[in-house]
Write a protein that binds this ligand. Structure first.
Ligand code: FAD
Length: 472
């Protein structure tokens, strides 16, 4: 490989973890290349994840509002209908604009972009099967593996995904038509977001979930409110239910279910089945063994607290390592890993990674849930404030939900924030910032918030946690 190009940093995978790491590396003066096999940058998130799902959620929410909420506001609309083709086109336009934007950022920051499949030839050599044919081998002083994740099949692959009738989230984002009936297997974030999209478009949506509640890691108090609001929107839930078989074809889909603790089998019929039972790390074809690396039982690459694998110059970040599978977590790790490579103090506070569900209302949380505090014996004060008592929410005629703040009983330091309600995904940023700076509930309660805003509900929940709120 005498003539092989040598880079200070080779990033394998151009998702939120990889592309952010590549840009940061180049900004810091490292000669950097990013290898991406999919033909466009942005990874799962921009191509088949966060971005297209939010485009569909936004459009279908507006459709739902026009049908159900406008009248109350005195807005009369007639013959509201859906142009499904245009809905999909707008989604694709958003995706194209954003993925193209990253290519522009690569050029601007002088990141080389290799379109192709990267794999280890040795710990310091990466072989790339180029998308337009041929091979290229490059030398790497440092490598960041950011190869992400893929949808997990059902245990035992009892209903194989064909992306036509039995779809993963990827297929659900690009259905050819609105299904009359949709069965969603898995009551987690992705299943509920996609279930909401199609319920708003008129599909009869049934969510089958093995556990006794949806989103099992969510703060318990919020879960039942959340389920009830989704039920009001027409989603049906079959909890404590196990999927044992099924199939899908042009003539229809069948899902065989039985109670989780065993019992009589039942067959559910549908037009489309969405398998949304989680995602698993992806390292296929990477030839990790040639770099002296392997994966754990769950397929993850093991790293230390500095995102370093057991081979010192090879790092790994994002969905392919432990922790929450979230785009912003991958991005934080990307920057921190580059800083570590440069001998700087890259750090990620995993306790302040927010999680958001972009249904309506949205659900957002950061830090400990009440159940976690109880099980760890941490003493806490709890402050709750309903949007029903928030003037902006009432003005907007959109007052479902609440803010819940959990603060340390002795120090008043905020330990967790959980919000269900309008704009929860934006509002949680204040909780994250507060926790990152070690704020006490009283600090937020004494911080002036503009009136009338939804964020006053957060202030009042903090007032309730350390003293008393004003408006309830
Ligand atoms: P990825 O985004 O998976 O990127 C990895 C990239 O590496 C891929 O593009 C892949 O093609 C490439 N690659 C893999 N192997 C190779 C190889 N050998 N050579 C070259 N390239 C390779 N997260 C949020 O935070 N908010 C959301 O709202 C949200 N919504 C989601 C909705 C859906 C439907 C889905 C599926 C996911 C959603 N996520 C969301 C999760 C989010 O998409 C992921 O956590 C995030 O994309 C992980 O980033 P990553 O860089 O680790 O991996």
């Amino acid at each position: 490989f005498a003539s092989a190009k040598e880079y200070d940093l080779v990033v394998i995978g151009g998702g939120p973890g990889g592309y952010v790491a590549a840009i940061k590396g180049a900004q810091k003066g490292l000669k950097t290349v990013c290898i991406e096999k999919r033909g466009s940058l942005g990874g799962t998130c921009l191509n088949v994840g966060c971005i297209p799902s939010k485009a569909l959620l936004n459009a279908t929410h507006k459709y739902h509002e026009a049908q159900h909420d406008f009248k109350e506001l005195g807005i009369v609309v007639k013959d509201v209908s859906i142009d499904f083709g245009q809905l999909m086109k707008q989604k694709e336009k958003a995706v194209k604009g954003l993925t193209g934007g990253i290519e522009f950022l690569f050029k601007k920051n002088k990141v080389d972009y290799l379109k192709g499949f990267g794999k280890f030839a040795s710990p310091n050599e990466i072989e790339v099967d180029l998308a337009d044919g041929g091979k290229e081998t490059i030398k790497a002083k440092n490598v960041i593996i950011a190869t992400g994740s893929e949808p997990s099949p059902l245990p035992g692959n009892v209903i194989p995904v064909d992306e036509k009738y039995v779809v993963s989230s990827t297929g659900a984002l690009s259905l050819e038509k609105i299904p009359k009936r949709l069965i969603v297997i898995g009551g987690g974030v992705i299943g509920l977001e996609m279930g909401s999209v199609y319920a708003r478009l008129g599909s009869q949506v049934t969510v089958v979930e093995y556990m006794d509640r949806i989103c099992p890691t969510m703060d318990l108090e919020l879960t039942s409110t959340f389920r009830k609001t989704l039920e009001k929107q027409g989603l049906k839930f079959m909890l404590k239910t196990k999927v044992v078989g099924g199939s899908g074809s042009a003539s229809g889909c069948k899902v065989e279910v039985e109670p989780a603790e065993g019992g009589a089998k039942q067959v559910l019929e549908s037009d489309i089945i969405l398998v949304a039972t989680g995602r698993r790390p992806y390292t296929g074809g990477l030839q990790l063994e040639k770099a002296g690396l392997s994966t754990d039982k769950q397929g993850r690459i093991d790293t230390n607290d500095h995102w370093q694998t057991k081979v010192g110059h090879i790092y790994a970040i994002g969905d392919v390592i432990k922790g929450a599978m979230l785009a912003h977590k991958a991005e934080e790790e990307g920057i921190a890993a580059v800083e570590q490579i440069l001998g700087e103090a890259g750090h990620v506070n995993y306790h302040t990674i927010p999680g958001v569900i972009y249904t309506y209302p949205e659900v957002a949380s950061v830090g400990y849930t009440e159940e976690e505090l109880k099980s760890q014996g941490i003493k806490y004060n709890k402050g709750m404030f309903p949007f029903m008592a928030n003037s902006r929410a009432r003005t907007n005629n959109d007052s479902e939900g609440l803010v819940k703040v959990l603060a340390d009983k002795d120090t008043d330091k905020i330990l967790g924030v959980h919000i269900i309600g309008p704009n929860a995904g934006e509002m949680i940023a204040e909780g994250v910032l507060g926790m990152e700076y070690g704020a006490a509930a009283e600090d937020i309660a004494r911080t002036c918030h503009a009136h009338p805003t939804l964020s006053e509900a957060f202030k009042e929940a903090c007032m309730a946690a350390y003293d008393k709120p004003i408006h309830v």
